[in-house]
Ligand binder design. Structure first.
Ligand code: GDG
Length: 459
């Protein structure tokens, strides 16, 4: 069996349960093959020159964790700059929020080149390499330039926008060509695969060889949808834990006379959080029976506060939340509880279980695991209802959710009203079908199917 090498911007100790489903799933595979996990340590060192790094290695069980520190300039240009202020907005269809600063692209290339130079000496001939996410798109091309011949797969956790949006990216030809250094590219949804193929055929003159294979730049690439799943068993275990149970019971006791709605996200403009608040406001306006009866708990955990677009979003949201509570709140009832802090993971299933409606309303999202976590947390005998944006990758799989358009405030409010009044039998049926799909396509299925496809020889 080949050794597995995983590369991602950040890594987590797979032995710690707090690491979350993805780290656990990857850690599982790494442990089996006695693997290597390589990435940024999370540390920025002002004394380093741009492109310089410091490598650290430590063992976590059978897994070697190898990390590099970054120079301040590299952190600014590669991470805050090109990754989070260019690729993240553009790939989420937000050209208006992109900051096309040429120094960012230079830093992005520099760090990918440095990653390749640091990783190469750690590789063995028969390694299977799996690179993750938008921070590292050109890494395989940099590795190939240094002579690396191992099979390399790439998984993109975020969406792929339509070809014309991609073409707005300065030097998009360079970026997209870099995908051809991979043997396999995994995307979250069929919609993403469609956009990727059309870009490659229209803009890069790729030849469509059928069965997900494309040829260009004297190389062949396979692309496919590998929708990421969650670790269902781990989350169910968490849900049986004392903290989850206490959290759920406390909320149910406090809101005994009321119905809870819940949103949990990183505070990110892709997640449609202001749109959700507007829809909730419309719900109170249009269906006044919900006043005094429905409470929306919104947990928006801090994220990338050093990027301007995120500070603006926070201010907008605080204004919207304040206004709704000011306009509709009463001495004994506040419509909205907005929490800008991280809630401990052990409490998340209890929180989800107490909520009659789960609101997952991104404007665009690669997958969205919160949608799946909400469903898995429910009591199958008396489950809550998932209201899900049709623009989340998860909507391709979770057709039994109430699918909404987050840009359409009125119809989203109507869907929330439907969710709040859905009869028990319909809730049970929808929940059972959602669970079946989530269980069948869990994170272990995702990992196995990607790695199996990566090992298949080219046709
Ligand atoms: C990217 C893609 C894709 C959130 N707030 C808290 C908290 N969370 C946890 C959730 C969930 C995770 O964070 C968020 O996962 P998502 O999938 O929703 O979104 P991104 O972070 O944007 O992830 C996304 C994903 O990669 C995987 O491929 O699905 O589309 O954008 O697990 O529960 N956890 C805790 N406290 C919080 O306050 N403990």
């Amino acid at each position: 069996m080949s050794r597995l090498v995983v590369v991602s911007n950040r890594l987590a100790d797979p032995r710690r349960p707090a690491a979350g489903g993805l780290a656990v799933a990857l850690g599982d595979a790494l442990n089996r093959s006695g693997g290597l996990w390589f990435g940024w340590s999370g540390t920025v060192r002002p004394q380093l020159q741009p492109g310089e790094s410091r490598l650290h290695q430590r063992q976590a069980g059978r897994v070697t964790l190898a990390t590099v520190d970054l120079a301040t300039e590299d952190h600014v240009a590669y991470y805050q700059g090109y990754s989070n202020s260019v690729l993240w907005p553009v790939f989420h269809y937000r050209l208006d929020l992109a900051d096309f600063h040429s120094a960012y692209l230079d830093g992005y290339r520099r760090v990918n080149r440095m990653f390749a130079a640091r990783l190469l000496p750690l590789l063995r001939d028969d390694d299977l390499i799996w690179i993750h996410d938008y921070h590292l798109i050109p890494l395989a091309a940099e590795l190939r330039a240094l002579g690396c011949r191992q099979r390399i797969g790439f998984f993109l956790h975020i969406p792929v926008p339509p070809p014309l949006l991609l073409a707005a990216l300065p030097q998009h030809e360079w970026l997209m060509r870099a995908f051809f250094a991979y043997d396999l590219v995994g995307l979250q949804s069929e919609a993403d695969v469609g956009h990727f193929r059309r870009y490659m055929i229209n803009e890069a003159n790729a030849e469509d060889l059928g069965a997900g294979r494309l040829a260009a730049f004297s190389r062949e690439l396979r692309v496919g949808a590998f929708p990421i799943g969650m670790d269902v068993q781990e989350f169910e275990r968490l849900g049986r834990g004392a903290e989850a149970v206490q959290t759920g019971e406390a909320l149910r006791a406090e809101y005994a006379r009321r119905q809870l709605l819940l949103g949990i996200d990183r505070l990110d403009y892709s997640k449609g959080i202001p749109q959700r608040v507007r829809a909730f406001r419309h719900l109170l306006e249009k269906y006044p029976e919900n006043r005094g009866r429905s409470t929306l708990i919104m947990i928006a955990s801090p994220s990338r506060d050093d990027v301007l677009a995120y500070t603006d979003l926070r201010q907008e949201l605080e204004g919207l939340c304040g206004a709704i509570n000011g306009d509709y709140g009463d001495l004994d009832w506040m419509p909205l509880r907005y929490i800008h802090r991280i809630v401990a993971r052990r409490r998340v299933p209890g929180l989800c279980r107490a909520a009659r409606v789960g609101l997952v309303t991104p404007l665009r999202d690669g997958m969205n695991l919160v949608a799946k976590e909400y469903v898995v947390s429910q009591d199958a005998q008396d489950p809550g209802v998932l209201v899900l944006s049709r623009f989340a990758g998860a909507a391709e799989q979770l057709k039994d959710a109430l699918l909404v358009n987050p840009y359409d405030t009125e119809s989203m409010a109507a869907a929330i009203q439907t969710a709040l009044h859905m009869p028990l039998e319909e809730r049970q049926q929808r929940h059972a079908r959602l669970m079946e799909s989530i269980r069948q396509h869990d994170v272990h299925w995702w990992r196995r199917s990607f790695l199996q496809a990566l090992q298949e020889p080219a046709a």
